[in-house]
Ligand binder design. Structure first.
Ligand code: IPE
Length: 257
């Protein structure tokens, strides 16, 4: 089996993240599904999508980062699961052999970090040509009871465990920008400290850290395992196709030269 590509689609792309109630963007979900279906790549694909307005507002409302709340846990999972069903349905309709994988059911956290995750089913799905679709979720935590599990944490974990070839993070901005709003084409562990001051959080309700959290995890991954990531603007038509085909776009995060 070729090494997989791990692609995350941010919640800001597939939902209206500024909405206080869950609001999906079905046209965009359909466009992305068609681009995935049409891409001609020989690598197996693991998809991860964010929660957007299906997760962050509920997590905040029930203070899930501060306290254990059974009702909040249940409601938030039900909500992100419904978004996942829309994504999987759109993929299947477009001809992609997609299956849902809910992190709540296969990941264990300790103080908010993944301590264990069952990836054997994902491996076997890839082996059979299927496309697992994971998502930002709530998950059980051995210290806190439960916590939020961002897709941004799932991506590097799964990429490392599955020996991914490369990672894509489809966001709503064109990669990492400097203080003048210009794209920074390449970030490495050696250059990260000098640019971290430019990198902001999220413009909307986001309980999982926004852009800085994403970049930090990916820089660490590149340094540790050499797996490179590309953060790109996934709101533009054709962007998913371009990423999958390996085009230069957004910001590439890679190990030190
Ligand atoms: C957040 O997931 C999960 C919950 C709030 C339950 P992500 O961090 O992956 O979501 P986005 O991409 O920021 O929307």
């Amino acid at each position: 089996m070729n090494r997989p590509i791990v692609l995350k689609i941010g919640g800001s792309i597939i939902t209206d993240k500024s909405s206080a109630v869950p609001k999906a963007l079905p046209g965009t979900i359909e466009r992305i599904a068609k681009e995935v279906a049409g891409a001609s790549v020989s690598n197996p694909l693991i998809l991860v999508h964010g929660a957007g307005s299906f997760g962050h507002s509920l997590a905040k409302q029930f203070k899930l980062k501060e306290q254990f709340d059974a009702k909040g846990l249940i409601e938030t999972h039900r909500s992100v699961k419904s978004l996942n069903a829309m994504v999987v349905d759109a993929l299947v309709s477009a001809g992609v052999p997609a299956l849902p994988v809910h992190p709540l059911s296969c990941a264990m956290l300790k103080q908010g970090r993944i301590s264990d995750m069952q990836t054997a089913p994902i491996y076997e799905m890839l082996n059979r040509g299927l496309v697992p679709v994971l998502h930002g979720d709530v998950a059980m935590d051995s210290m806190r009871g439960a916590d939020i599990l961002s897709g941004d944490q799932i991506v590097p974990y799964v990429a490392r465990k599955m020996g991914a070839e490369r990672i894509g993070i489809g966001s709503n901005i064109d990669g990492v920008l400097d203080n003048e709003g210009q794209n920074i084409p390449v970030v490495t562990p050696a250059t990260f400290d000098g640019i971290r001051k430019y990198i902001g959080g999220s413009s909307h309700t986001d309980v999982t850290g926004g852009m800085l959290g994403k970049v930090q995890e990916l820089v660490e991954l590149a340094g540790m395992s050499g797996i490179s990531s590309r953060i790109f603007d996934a709101s533009a038509a054709g962007s998913i196709t371009r990423f999958l085909q390996g085009e230069t776009m957004g910001t590439l995060i890679q190990k030190n030269k």
